[in-house]
Design a protein. Sequence first.
Length: 325
Amino acid sequence: MPTVHKRLALMPQASDTKVCLTVAMLLTVLVCSLFLSACDQPKADSADETDYVKKIDIWHEKRVASLTAEDGWLSLAGLFWLNPGRNSFGSDKSNDLIFPAGKAPAHAGWFVLHDEVVSIEVRDGFTVLHKEQQITKMALQTDRDAERTVLSSGSLSWYVIKRGNDFAVRLKDRENPRIAEFSGIARYPVQSDWRIKARFLPYKPAKTLSVPTILGTLIEQQSPGALEFEVAGKTYRLDPIAEPQDDEFWILFGDETSGTETYGGGRFLYADLPTEAGITYLDFNKAYNPPCAFTEFATCPLPPAQNKLPVPIPAGEKNYHLATD
């Protein structure tokens, strides 16, 4: 709202009646002018705000493209935990790992877990490829190794994941109906006010976080320091996750919208590493749902207790199941 610079004391002298009338008229004009300015005049930074919203929208489009890609999270079609020894797989319900009907033979082969090494044995007649080469038997690298082994057959692909001391086969289907059924993710309106300046307060040494997971387990992660910021005049902190070689912070957080408007297991957020002055920004407009919001076949970490903010953060993605509300 513009500042009024004129002063009534500088008005020309006149009779008391004329002065009163003149003052009343001037006040009326000023009030109307200010009211119209507040309602009709665009903000000085409206162009910057529009540009910022466009950038966030572009970021979100890329996020959705990744989610709905042929090997994105919506392609997940199964998660099968392995027992020591031989684990049969195929489309028949008698198997330990049941693959989709019509996409694998009734009895396709075995996954063998022995001494923390997983291998596969494929029955004759079922074509399984590794890097475009047909295989019948091989040891499989997990997602914890330098390069996981990805196998495929038709529209299906799969690889082994390791969580703690347990191993599982993660199955994807590029023709999964969930990809075609995807109708978007509801979001809060983008507002630059939710790009909040934060101060980095380093931990010396780095702090070890015990991060819970949806599986009921704990994983140890390193936090190099706290991020301190303000919302509505109150100060809050979040512990980000980062290894020394990482080029950004990863933040798992919950807030007072979790479980109602947003996913109950919290949301994820990335932030730039701090400047030399110890400053970074938390852009909550980029807060996004973890994979577990979209599929029951993911194994997501959850926010540690200190990252559950006692304040609502109405920015970023809402719960996926609210996308069409």
